[in-house]
Design a protein around this ligand. Structure first.
Ligand SMILES: C[S@@+](CC[C@H](N)C(=O)[O-])C[C@H]1O[C@@H](n2cnc3c(N)ncnc32)[C@H](O)[C@@H]1O
Length: 203
């Protein structure tokens, strides 16, 4: 299934209908923040451009990103966290939450079944590499977004190791704001195992 990510369209995504679900007031602001500052509009855009898809998220935290991903009710979002910090007012019907590390739970097959994976965990580089190698070695055929690829030296080293022909730095439409070793930027990276993603960088 071919999918175009058209840069000029990301900021048209309106997540305001989801805002009252978010109990953390600061996260309400994040959900509505422009693409390039925060990644939530990008997640909403991707979900709206997939249909009847399986989405796996690693790193639920308070539930802000899984709520953005839930915007298209034809998709199912399966989200993992090693701690239960979920604070969404009413869990969307198309979100399933799981507590634990997906590998420790022996549930990693869900990664291979996903059309799209969003990974935003502890940013130490090792878990990111474990997921990347698992997908590569098992011939995963979807795409994955790694949040915070510029957040730490470990994340920068991890990102440097991903082959150039399948990786794209999409920070300008993702998570730009932050504080990392390369300045005021967190960084968002897309790895396309499917070969089906076309980036239209028209802004
Ligand atoms: C930066 S927060 C995620 C933020 C969330 N994705 C959002 O944008 O709203 C990182 C989360 O990853 C969780 N985490 C750390 N290691 C993990 C792992 N191996 N699997 C799943 N979650 C993990 C932490 O407990 C924390 O809640």
């Amino acid at each position: 299934m071919k999918m175009k990510i058209v840069y000029s369209e990301i900021n048209n995504i309106d997540l305001s209908a989801l805002v009252t679900l978010i109990t953390r007031l600061d996260h309400r602001g994040l959900l509505l923040a422009p693409a390039g500052d925060e990644h939530y509009k990008l997640l909403g855009y991707i979900s709206l451009n997939l249909n009847n898809a399986k989405i796996v998220e690693l790193g639920t935290h308070n539930g802000t990103s899984s709520t953005a991903l839930s915007i298209n009710i034809s998709n199912h979002v399966r989200t993992y966290d090693i701690r239960d910090m979920y604070s969404v007012r009413e869990q969307p019907n198309n979100v399933t939450r799981v507590i634990g590390n997906i590998f420790d739970l022996n549930e990693q097959h869900h990664l291979l079944e996903a059309d799209f994976i969003f990974l935003d965990t502890a940013h130490t580089g090792d878990f990111e590499m474990q997921v990347y190698e698992y997908l590569r070695d098992n011939k995963y055929n979807g795409f994955i977004i790694f949040d915070d690829i510029l957040w730490s030296d470990e994340m920068i080293n991890f990102w440097d190791k991903i082959p150039n022909d399948i990786k794209y730095d999409i920070t300008s439409i993702g998570h730009g704001k932050g504080l990392g070793p390369r300045g005021n930027v967190s960084g968002t990276g897309l790895v396309d195992f499917s070969g089906n993603i076309e980036l239209i960088r028209n802004i």
